[in-house]
Design a protein around this ligand. Sequence first.
Ligand SMILES: Nc1ncnc2c1ncn2[C@@H]1O[C@H](COP(=O)(O)OP(=O)(O)OP(=O)(O)O)[C@@H](O)[C@H]1O
Length: 361
Amino acid sequence: MDTPTPRLEIRDLVRRFDGRAVVDHVSLTIAPGNVTCLLGPSGCGKSTTLRMIAGVEMQDEGTIHVDGNLVCDTVFRIPPERRNIGLMFQDFALFPHLSVGDNVAFGLKGDRAAKRKRAGALLERVGLSHFIDEFPHQLSGGEQQRVALARALAPQPRIMLMDEPFSGLDNRLRDGIRDETLALLKEEGASVLLVTHEPEEAMRMADEIALMRDGQIVQRGAPYNIYNAPADKAAVAFFSDVNVLRGKVEGALTDTPFGVFLAPGVPDGAEVDIVFRPQHVNIDFDRNGRGPHPTEIAGTPARGVVQRARFLGSESLVEFRMEFDGGIIRASVPDVFLPAAGTPMWLSVRRNRCFVFQAAD
Ligand SMILES: Nc1ncnc2c1ncn2[C@@H]1O[C@H](COP(=O)(O)OP(=O)(O)OP(=O)(O)O)[C@@H](O)[C@H]1O
């Protein structure tokens, strides 16, 4: 079966500042109608990548194609305003001297009545048609954000580039606006590249996540796959708190206080990190110094003593000091579970939720 031509394809993009590659051979494709989130910590090169696609920054190497047509290489360059790309940034900067309707109609061509009709339809869609003749300062932050979205979508861009578009919004507003925005983007059929440093935002919005670190894309995939089959220890840690156990490999196995783990492909004598999330730690009570029996699913239990327990709303986070090495392991328990400091308990880890990586340091 033929794969459809990607709406956006960037190949080996490089951007250097002062000799340092802040974007280092980044390649990415986005299918028509798909939402891809470029996710990574501050300073990893996300915005620079977006700016090159928008055409406001020039790459040092690499190419950008839209619908199979070359938009930019290091010689040829279609200017930003002719790329048919919509932009939405954190400070969505509506024009203060233009009415809401004129803001939305700003990038449209055609006669005034047709422009007003399209602006009116989009404002209706975002529930703000009654503000068409008002001015931006009369609207709340959330309403201004919806106007900015309507403005960016009005010319029916092939691609929408969004840089942290929700980060200026109140926490309580954000989830609702994210969902509404996603629904509208899907209706309009734009392909979206959204930059964010928030994993929850990427999980909520993305068909596909591209995880970026130090100028490179380290992993790409559906949110489920990125979360459940992370590429390395840092990829696990980016999405949640993690526990890490160090182990030494003998015969592709590593023996730990939580039982034996497979370490395929890791040479004898090398060290591995066994990485697991607090929500995959099981807790059992101590019965006169004894814990539960080992099982195939949960491995061998190991004993620890409660250091601290905190209630965080939907979960409780309990810290244990482990008897086997004096290290800390964190367990997350749904709802309220606040054992007293000093209580001995037995911990085990769901084996199929542990990731084993050869230690990098
Ligand atoms: N014009 C520039 N001149 C020099 N260095 C720059 C320039 N623009 C960006 N950088 C540097 O490039 C790196 C990547 O910046 P970029 O804004 O792309 O990262 P980011 O992942 O979007 O981070 P943030 O979320 O904080 O914006 C940073 O170290 C930044 O200081």
